[in-house]
Design a protein around this ligand. Structure first.
Ligand SMILES: C=C1C[C@]23C[C@@]1(O)CC[C@H]2[C@@]12CC[C@H](O)[C@@](C)(C(=O)O1)[C@H]2[C@@H]3C(=O)O
Ligand SMILES: O=C(O)CCC(=O)C(=O)O
Ligand SMILES: [Fe+2]
Length: 329
């Protein structure tokens, strides 16, 4: 008999079978779709990837590599500071520095992070150092353009007019944008057991916003749930931005694009650093299917709500909950 005893530092963090194959197997995962934003055809490729996986990566996005590299270096320097100094920027509630605790309802992961509010072009939260603030500002200045291009491509690919019908929802002065910088330290305490168990870095969930734009260093750990429930690893790519369809975009498209469950498992040897820009709308924004996407006589699948309503409910939920279920008709 194998008895699993977790070291104290891990005793509130769950283990996952990784990757788990779900029941029955399914068609081979062809890999994460890469959409080239420098050429023609991006809009249709974006919609195809969002319909099939709720996930893709943007290549040739035009953001100079130095912008993300600089934020990554500043983040590494911040997370290397003494714990007491980092704690002075926390606890995250929901913004600020957080360690292991995710949200307010008991979720735990093997990570530390900074959650920062972003206004139209720069960070709106206090940032622990001027050099980190400059790097964050430079980064959000660039990544918000990627989020806008993605949402324009979605609108174009779905035949929604005007082209900025979605992107303008996350570009207004009152829009709710957040930048999250995650650091997953190596987790040597628990080496992979039986070759199939891993420590939860960030538990499985969907993102509540329209889209999330993620960039990570070269350390693996991100996993994606396919539509048939199988989990697949996402190979890291420092040069790309990964795009995650969120719950709000699912509703706006009446379920044609679906939000995707994803999670991160800790690496036993290398640190993972990721930065994720969550593009959310203004609290008063109605989140309802776009009329162009409802066929004649077709009903919306969700009851009427605003982003403010949804966010309030989200912050009362556990990470892994299906937050859209209570809003389905
Ligand atoms: C457990 C939670 C953390 C979270 C708020 C929530 O109550 C449920 C949604 C979580 C999530 C997931 C995506 C993003 O990382 C995040 C910032 C968000 O908008 O929703 C987190 C929230 C958080 O960490 O505060
Ligand atoms: O750190 C990552 O790679 C993903 C984290 C994530 O999904 C999130 O912060 O919502
Ligand atoms: Fe996420």
């Amino acid at each position: 008999m194998v008895v699993l005893v977790k070291p104290p530092a891990l005793d509130q963090i769950s283990l996952v079978r990784s990757p788990e194959t779900g029941g029955g197997g399914g068609p081979a995962f062809p890999g994460v779709p890469a959409v080239d934003f420098s050429g023609p055809g991006a809009a249709l490729a974006v919609v195809d990837a969002c319909e099939r996986f709720g996930f893709f990566k943007v290549v040739n996005h035009g953001v100079p590599a130095g912008v993300a590299d600089r934020l990554e270096a500043e983040a590494v320097a911040f997370f290397a500071r003494p714990q007491a100094e980092k704690d002075a920027s926390g606890p995250a509630d929901p913004l600020g520095y957080g360690c292991k605790r995710i949200g307010r309802n008991g979720d735990m992961g093997w990570l530390e992070y900074l959650l920062l509010a972003v206004d139209q072009g720069s960070v709106a939260s206090p940032v622990p150092s001027p050099s980190l603030r400059d790097a964050v500002n430079e980064y959000v200045g660039a990544v918000r353009g990627v989020a806008a291009s993605v949402l324009e491509a979605v609108a174009e690919g779905l035949g929604v007019a005007p082209r900025d019908a979605l992107s303008r929802m996350v570009a207004g002065a009152a829009s709710d944008r957040v930048l999250r910088v995650n650091h997953y330290p190596p987790c040597p305490l628990l080496q992979r057991l039986l070759d199939s168990c891993a420590v939860t870095g960030f538990g499985e969930h969907t993102d509540p916003q329209l889209v999330s734009v993620l960039r990570s260093n070269g350390t693996a750990g991100l996993q994606l749930a396919l539509r048939d429930g199988r989990w697949v690893p996402v190979p890291p790519d420092r040069d790309a931005f990964f795009v995650i369809v969120g719950d709000s975009l699912e509703v706006l498209t009446n379920g044609r694009l679906k939000s995707v469950r994803h999670r991160v498992v800790a690496n036993s040897l290398k640190p993972r650093v990721s930065m994720i820009y969550f593009a959310g709308p203004a609290p008063a924004q109605r989140i309802a299917p776009l009329p162009e996407l409802l066929g004649r006589g077709e009903q919306g699948l969700y009851r009427d709500f605003t982003w403010g309503d949804y966010k309030k409910a989200a912050y009362r939920s556990r990470l892994g909950d299906n937050r859209l279920d209570p809003f389905r008709i």
